[in-house]
Design a binder for this molecule. Structure first.
Ligand code: G3P
Length: 219
Protein backbone atom coordinates (compact mmCIF):
# COMPACT_ATOMS: atom_id res chain seq x y z
CA UNK A 1 0.00 0.00 0.00
CA UNK A 2 1.26 3.45 -0.87
CA UNK A 3 1.30 6.34 1.56
CA UNK A 4 0.81 9.80 0.09
CA UNK A 5 1.21 12.86 2.29
CA UNK A 6 -1.79 15.20 2.25
CA UNK A 7 -0.13 18.57 2.78
CA UNK A 8 1.42 21.57 1.07
CA UNK A 9 3.87 22.11 3.94
CA UNK A 10 7.39 21.49 2.72
CA UNK A 11 8.83 20.88 6.21
CA UNK A 12 6.32 18.09 6.80
CA UNK A 13 7.13 16.58 3.41
CA UNK A 14 10.90 16.69 4.11
CA UNK A 15 10.40 15.02 7.51
CA UNK A 16 8.16 12.24 6.14
CA UNK A 17 10.57 11.73 3.20
CA UNK A 18 13.40 11.14 5.65
CA UNK A 19 11.30 8.25 7.06
CA UNK A 20 10.77 6.90 3.54
CA UNK A 21 7.01 7.30 3.96
CA UNK A 22 6.25 9.49 0.96
CA UNK A 23 5.10 7.61 -2.13
CA UNK A 24 3.31 10.74 -3.31
CA UNK A 25 1.90 14.09 -2.20
CA UNK A 26 -1.59 15.54 -2.56
CA UNK A 27 -2.52 19.17 -2.18
CA UNK A 28 -5.75 21.09 -2.59
CA UNK A 29 -6.55 24.82 -2.76
CA UNK A 30 -7.26 24.97 0.99
CA UNK A 31 -3.92 23.33 1.89
CA UNK A 32 -2.04 25.68 -0.47
CA UNK A 33 -3.86 28.74 0.93
CA UNK A 34 -2.92 27.64 4.47
CA UNK A 35 0.78 27.94 3.56
CA UNK A 36 0.28 31.54 2.29
CA UNK A 37 2.76 30.99 -0.54
CA UNK A 38 2.62 31.18 -4.33
CA UNK A 39 0.89 28.08 -5.75
CA UNK A 40 3.33 27.21 -8.52
CA UNK A 41 6.38 27.89 -6.37
CA UNK A 42 5.08 25.48 -3.72
CA UNK A 43 4.25 22.75 -6.26
CA UNK A 44 7.68 23.08 -7.90
CA UNK A 45 9.43 22.95 -4.50
CA UNK A 46 7.45 19.85 -3.45
CA UNK A 47 8.35 18.12 -6.73
CA UNK A 48 12.02 18.93 -6.18
CA UNK A 49 11.95 17.61 -2.58
CA UNK A 50 10.48 14.25 -3.60
CA UNK A 51 12.48 13.92 -6.83
CA UNK A 52 14.39 10.67 -7.18
CA UNK A 53 14.83 7.76 -9.55
CA UNK A 54 11.10 6.97 -9.34
CA UNK A 55 8.36 9.39 -10.26
CA UNK A 56 6.63 10.48 -7.06
CA UNK A 57 3.22 11.90 -8.01
CA UNK A 58 2.34 15.36 -6.68
CA UNK A 59 -1.32 16.35 -7.09
CA UNK A 60 -2.04 20.00 -7.91
CA UNK A 61 -5.66 21.06 -8.33
CA UNK A 62 -7.23 23.23 -11.01
CA UNK A 63 -9.30 26.20 -9.89
CA UNK A 64 -11.35 26.93 -13.00
CA UNK A 65 -14.56 24.89 -13.31
CA UNK A 66 -15.35 25.29 -17.04
CA UNK A 67 -13.94 22.72 -19.45
CA UNK A 68 -11.65 25.07 -21.40
CA UNK A 69 -10.40 26.67 -18.21
CA UNK A 70 -9.67 23.31 -16.60
CA UNK A 71 -7.82 22.07 -19.67
CA UNK A 72 -5.68 25.16 -19.96
CA UNK A 73 -4.79 25.14 -16.24
CA UNK A 74 -4.15 21.38 -16.33
CA UNK A 75 -1.76 21.60 -19.29
CA UNK A 76 0.07 24.47 -17.59
CA UNK A 77 0.37 22.59 -14.27
CA UNK A 78 1.61 19.46 -16.05
CA UNK A 79 4.47 21.51 -17.51
CA UNK A 80 5.73 22.61 -14.09
CA UNK A 81 7.34 19.22 -13.40
CA UNK A 82 7.08 15.65 -14.66
CA UNK A 83 5.80 14.55 -11.23
CA UNK A 84 2.68 16.73 -11.37
CA UNK A 85 -0.69 14.97 -11.43
CA UNK A 86 -3.60 17.27 -12.19
CA UNK A 87 -6.42 17.16 -9.69
CA UNK A 88 -9.80 17.63 -11.32
CA UNK A 89 -13.10 18.08 -9.44
CA UNK A 90 -15.76 15.42 -10.03
CA UNK A 91 -18.18 17.34 -12.26
CA UNK A 92 -19.47 16.72 -15.77
CA UNK A 93 -16.88 19.13 -17.19
CA UNK A 94 -14.31 17.50 -14.92
CA UNK A 95 -15.07 14.12 -16.47
CA UNK A 96 -14.79 15.58 -19.98
CA UNK A 97 -11.46 17.16 -19.04
CA UNK A 98 -10.21 13.90 -17.53
CA UNK A 99 -11.02 12.05 -20.76
CA UNK A 100 -9.15 14.60 -22.90
CA UNK A 101 -6.14 14.87 -20.56
CA UNK A 102 -5.87 11.10 -20.31
CA UNK A 103 -5.62 10.91 -24.10
CA UNK A 104 -2.89 13.57 -23.99
CA UNK A 105 -0.92 11.46 -21.50
CA UNK A 106 -1.47 13.84 -18.56
CA UNK A 107 -2.09 12.03 -15.26
CA UNK A 108 -5.25 13.01 -13.41
CA UNK A 109 -6.67 12.63 -9.92
CA UNK A 110 -10.44 13.02 -9.87
CA UNK A 111 -11.23 14.55 -6.51
CA UNK A 112 -14.24 15.18 -4.26
CA UNK A 113 -15.65 11.73 -5.00
CA UNK A 114 -18.53 10.80 -2.69
CA UNK A 115 -20.26 7.93 -4.49
CA UNK A 116 -19.14 4.69 -6.17
CA UNK A 117 -20.77 5.68 -9.47
CA UNK A 118 -18.80 8.92 -9.53
CA UNK A 119 -15.66 6.80 -9.15
CA UNK A 120 -16.81 4.47 -11.93
CA UNK A 121 -17.35 7.42 -14.28
CA UNK A 122 -13.91 8.78 -13.47
CA UNK A 123 -12.32 5.39 -14.17
CA UNK A 124 -14.20 5.07 -17.46
CA UNK A 125 -12.94 8.54 -18.42
CA UNK A 126 -9.38 7.32 -17.92
CA UNK A 127 -8.51 8.89 -14.56
CA UNK A 128 -5.15 7.79 -13.18
CA UNK A 129 -6.47 8.17 -9.61
CA UNK A 130 -9.81 8.76 -7.87
CA UNK A 131 -10.03 10.33 -4.44
CA UNK A 132 -13.00 9.30 -2.29
CA UNK A 133 -13.27 11.69 0.69
CA UNK A 134 -14.11 9.45 3.60
CA UNK A 135 -13.78 11.79 6.59
CA UNK A 136 -16.29 14.20 5.11
CA UNK A 137 -18.80 11.35 4.71
CA UNK A 138 -18.21 10.26 8.31
CA UNK A 139 -18.88 13.89 9.28
CA UNK A 140 -22.44 13.61 7.90
CA UNK A 141 -23.04 10.20 9.50
CA UNK A 142 -22.40 8.13 6.37
CA UNK A 143 -19.83 5.32 6.52
CA UNK A 144 -16.88 6.67 4.52
CA UNK A 145 -15.15 3.29 4.47
CA UNK A 146 -18.16 1.66 2.77
CA UNK A 147 -17.51 3.93 -0.19
CA UNK A 148 -13.90 2.75 -0.39
CA UNK A 149 -14.97 -0.89 -0.17
CA UNK A 150 -17.44 -0.45 -3.05
CA UNK A 151 -14.98 1.40 -5.30
CA UNK A 152 -12.24 -1.20 -4.70
CA UNK A 153 -14.74 -3.97 -5.55
CA UNK A 154 -15.96 -2.28 -8.74
CA UNK A 155 -12.45 -1.54 -10.00
CA UNK A 156 -11.49 -5.15 -9.25
CA UNK A 157 -14.60 -6.54 -11.03
CA UNK A 158 -13.74 -4.74 -14.25
CA UNK A 159 -9.94 -4.64 -13.94
CA UNK A 160 -9.71 -0.84 -14.10
CA UNK A 161 -6.19 0.54 -13.80
CA UNK A 162 -7.41 3.65 -11.96
CA UNK A 163 -5.90 3.72 -8.48
CA UNK A 164 -7.92 4.50 -5.37
CA UNK A 165 -6.53 7.26 -3.14
CA UNK A 166 -8.37 7.22 0.18
CA UNK A 167 -8.61 10.92 1.05
CA UNK A 168 -9.96 13.08 3.84
CA UNK A 169 -8.25 10.68 6.24
CA UNK A 170 -8.77 11.78 9.83
CA UNK A 171 -7.32 8.98 11.97
CA UNK A 172 -5.10 5.86 11.91
CA UNK A 173 -8.14 3.54 11.72
CA UNK A 174 -9.01 5.00 8.32
CA UNK A 175 -5.56 3.93 7.10
CA UNK A 176 -5.79 0.47 8.67
CA UNK A 177 -9.23 -0.20 7.20
CA UNK A 178 -8.09 1.08 3.78
CA UNK A 179 -5.15 -1.32 3.86
CA UNK A 180 -7.39 -4.25 4.82
CA UNK A 181 -9.77 -3.39 1.97
CA UNK A 182 -6.92 -3.31 -0.55
CA UNK A 183 -7.10 0.40 -1.41
CA UNK A 184 -4.04 1.32 -3.46
CA UNK A 185 -3.16 4.48 -1.55
CA UNK A 186 -4.10 6.51 1.52
CA UNK A 187 -3.27 10.20 1.48
CA UNK A 188 -2.46 11.01 5.06
CA UNK A 189 -2.10 14.30 6.97
CA UNK A 190 1.29 14.52 8.68
CA UNK A 191 -0.36 14.62 12.13
CA UNK A 192 -2.11 11.28 11.48
CA UNK A 193 1.11 9.67 10.22
CA UNK A 194 2.73 10.63 13.53
CA UNK A 195 -0.13 9.01 15.45
CA UNK A 196 0.47 5.56 14.09
CA UNK A 197 4.25 5.78 14.10
CA UNK A 198 4.24 5.50 17.87
CA UNK A 199 2.66 3.19 20.44
CA UNK A 200 2.60 3.63 24.25
CA UNK A 201 3.73 0.01 24.76
CA UNK A 202 6.75 0.62 22.52
CA UNK A 203 7.71 3.63 24.66
CA UNK A 204 7.08 1.67 27.86
CA UNK A 205 9.14 -1.26 26.57
CA UNK A 206 12.09 0.96 25.63
CA UNK A 207 12.03 2.59 29.06
CA UNK A 208 11.90 -0.75 30.83
CA UNK A 209 14.84 -2.14 28.78
CA UNK A 210 16.86 0.99 29.60
CA UNK A 211 16.03 0.75 33.32
CA UNK A 212 17.16 -2.90 33.43
CA UNK A 213 20.31 -2.04 31.49
CA UNK A 214 21.21 0.79 33.86
CA UNK A 215 20.63 -1.43 36.93
CA UNK A 216 22.94 -4.08 35.42
CA UNK A 217 25.67 -1.45 34.73
CA UNK A 218 25.65 -0.48 38.41
CA UNK A 219 26.20 -4.11 39.57
O1 G3P B 1 -7.22 14.73 0.45
C1 G3P B 1 -8.35 15.49 0.63
C2 G3P B 1 -8.20 16.20 1.89
O2 G3P B 1 -7.24 17.15 1.76
C3 G3P B 1 -9.46 16.74 2.44
O3 G3P B 1 -9.39 16.47 3.76
O4 G3P B 1 -9.82 16.79 6.10
O5 G3P B 1 -10.33 18.63 4.47
O6 G3P B 1 -11.75 16.59 4.55
P1 G3P B 1 -10.39 17.16 4.78
Amino acid sequence: MKFFLDTANVDEIREACSMGMVDGVTTNPSLIAKEGRDFETVIREICEIVEGPDIIPVSAEVIRLDLEGMLSEARHLAEIHRNVVVKIPMTVDGIKATRILSREGIDTNVTLVFSPLQALMAAKAGATYVSPFIGRLDDISQEGMTLVEQIVQIFHNYAFHTQVIVASVRNPLHVLESALMGADIATIPFSVLGKFASHPLTDKGIQSFLNDWNKFQKC
